[in-house]
Design a protein around this ligand. Structure first.
Ligand code: DC
Length: 233
């Protein structure tokens, strides 16, 4: 059952950042459903641009070419409390953007500052329109919604994160190797972690290590953080 916003009409922004495989997508989606507010999957935006770049054979090592693709394509997100549908130039690409091939190109896309600037603006504009949301990514509490009411960083050991990624890919029928997944995770970890170190050092964000937690426990912990700030009963 949805908890709903405690204060009628009150704005509630909850940011959930963390490395790949920390469990943030599932946790963010479930938290949004419990609160009855929309869920914004910002990784889906980077993925949609990567998908478009792959389709038109763009050299994903060329930042200017990636930026041109990002400027050209129209990405729309339908953010519900239990789902996100992603359309690219009117085409539903929600499933297509999850492949391992797209994930690899996405990490190049995410390094292009011009693309980041465009997407940050788009995310803020979605935030202004929705008012309340659970937003998930790498930079949501540190860059995009610096005024979020609750800032969470989810983390887990690299082995646990690799295992989760492996299971997700297997469930999608993708060929995967645990060693390659660990390599990919470690490659991004250092850059990602720099984004939220200041938030943790200043105490602006709460760190939750999900290595030994079930998804139910993670969601309960998130709800308790929201409750602590008087945003729900
Ligand atoms: O969370 P995800 O796996 O869907 O993210 C896909 C990629 O986009 C991953 O390489 C991290 C990057 N990303 C980012 O740099 N900033 C965000 N706000 C969201 C995702």
């Amino acid at each position: 059952m949805a908890h709903g916003a405690a204060r009628m009409g009150a704005r509630m922004i909850i940011s959930i950042d963390g490395p790949a495989g920390s469990g943030k997508s599932t946790a963010a989606r479930k938290l949004a459903a419990k609160l009855g507010i929309p869920y914004l999957d910002t990784g889906a935006m980077y993925r949609a641009i990567a998908f478009a770049a792959t389709e038109c054979g763009t050299d994903f090592r060329d930042p200017a070419a990636i930026t041109a693709v990002a400027k050209r394509c129209a990405i729309e997100l339908d953010c519900g409390p239990t789902h996100t549908r992603v359309t690219l130039d009117g085409r539903d690409v929600s499933e297509a953007i999850r492949s391992m091939a797209v994930s690899q190109v996405t990490s190049h896309v995410a390094r292009v500052q011009d693309v980041r600037d465009m997407l940050v603006e788009k995310q803020r504009s979605i935030g202004r329109r929705l008012k309340s949301l659970v937003t998930e990514g790498r930079d949501q509490g540190s860059v995009v919604f610096t005024d979020a009411d609750v800032k969470i960083i989810l983390d887990a050991s690299v082995d646990k994160r690799a295992k989760r990624r492996f299971q997700e890919l297997e469930a999608d029928g993708e060929e995967a190797s645990i060693e390659i997944i660990i390599e990919n995770l470690q490659e991004r970890d250092e850059t990602d972690r720099k984004q939220w170190t200041p938030l943790l050092e200043s105490g602006a964000a709460v760190l939750i290590d999900t290595t030994n937690m079930s998804i139910h426990e993670v969601v309960e912990r998130l709800l308790s953080e929201v409750r602590k700030r008087g945003l729900i009963e």
